[in-house]
Design a protein around this ligand. Structure first.
Ligand SMILES: Nc1ncnc2c1ncn2[C@@H]1O[C@H](COP(=O)(O)OP(=O)(O)OP(=O)(O)O)[C@@H](O)[C@H]1O
Ligand SMILES: [Mg+2]
Length: 248
């Protein structure tokens, strides 16, 4: 049986203001799979993803295990070097004076040598179609360019697990296609939260549906996307379109 790279057991999380976001969530992710996470606004998708490298923690360090390690202070630096998390809002990911510095930040922190850092940055910027952007200020990019730069900051780390929160939001059709092709090429474990169901249909082998802080359904992509009663309130128009395509 494939190795479990993420093991989450009975994960509860409430924000400091008391809002309950995760309510006893269980989830296993296996090495090499591409898992889609869908669910309505506020279902808890981003909150879940922020637990995968310890940005959010609920106190019980054994509720979330990544690459076989509990989410403890001691393990977090290792986990962060292996899990690349792209935030829903790129503004939270870009904080250096230049795009180069932002994309180099992870590799430098991981102790990569200068030449290797340069190569990793160049490759990552090429993957997201931002060649020539290294010297630009991240704050003066368009929203879609920021999103792509944020993805590059994580690709440059060459992570084992790629965690993407709404990766296609604000991308134009050409760059959305480029992203899908990239995701299909990358031989990584991936966890993708999105409302872009056609993207999931093309990239994911499995989909979890979240509702009120829990995984409500979990199955093969084609089964979930054709489960009309399950997704009735979610997006039947898109579903019809996708299920026709994925069954032909
Ligand atoms: N910083 C915060 N403080 C308090 N409550 C929050 C905070 N961030 C999110 N929440 C609440 O936690 C719940 C889950 O939010 P989350 O952002 O995880 O949802 P989501 O599934 O990612 O939604 P979306 O599809 O809009 O991205 C919601 O009820 C939301 O209002
Ligand atoms: Mg979200």
């Amino acid at each position: 049986m494939a190795e479990k790279v993420v093991e989450i057991k009975k994960l509860y999380y409430a924000y400091p203001d008391g809002t309950k976001a995760l309510s006893g969530l269980d989830l296993d992710v296996f090495r090499g799979e591409t898992l889609g996470i869908i669910g309505a606004n506020g279902a808890g998708k981003s909150t879940l993803l922020l637990h995968l490298n310890g940005i959010l923690r609920n106190g019980a360090s054994d509720a979330v295990k990544v690459l076989g390690r509990d989410m403890t202070d001691k393990n977090i630096p290792f986990i962060r070097s292996r899990v690349g998390l792209v935030f829903q809002d790129p503004e939270n990911q870009l904080f250096m004076p230049t795009v180069f510095d932002d994309v180099a930040f992870g590799p430098i922190n991981m102790g990569m040598k200068e030449g290797d850092v340069r190569r990793a940055v160049e490759e990552a910027l090429k993957e997201v179609d931002l060649p020539g952007f290294a010297g630009r200020s991240p704050h003066h990019l368009s929203v879609g360019e920021k999103k792509r730069a944020a993805i590059a900051t994580v690709l440059s780390m060459k992570p084992d697990i790629l965690v993407l929160d709404e990766p296609s939001s604000n991308l134009d059709p050409k760059h959305r296609r480029g992203l899908i092709d990239l995701l299909r090429r990358l031989p990584l474990t991936m966890i993708i939260a999105t409302h872009d169901l056609p993207l999931l249909a093309e990239t994911c082998s499995r989909i979890c549906v979240m509702e009120e802080g829990r995984v409500e359904a979990d199955g093969k992509t084609a089964d979930i996307l054709q489960n009309y009663p399950l997704l009735e309130d979610y997006d039947t128009g898109a579903l019809l379109h996708i299920s026709r395509r994925s069954t032909t």
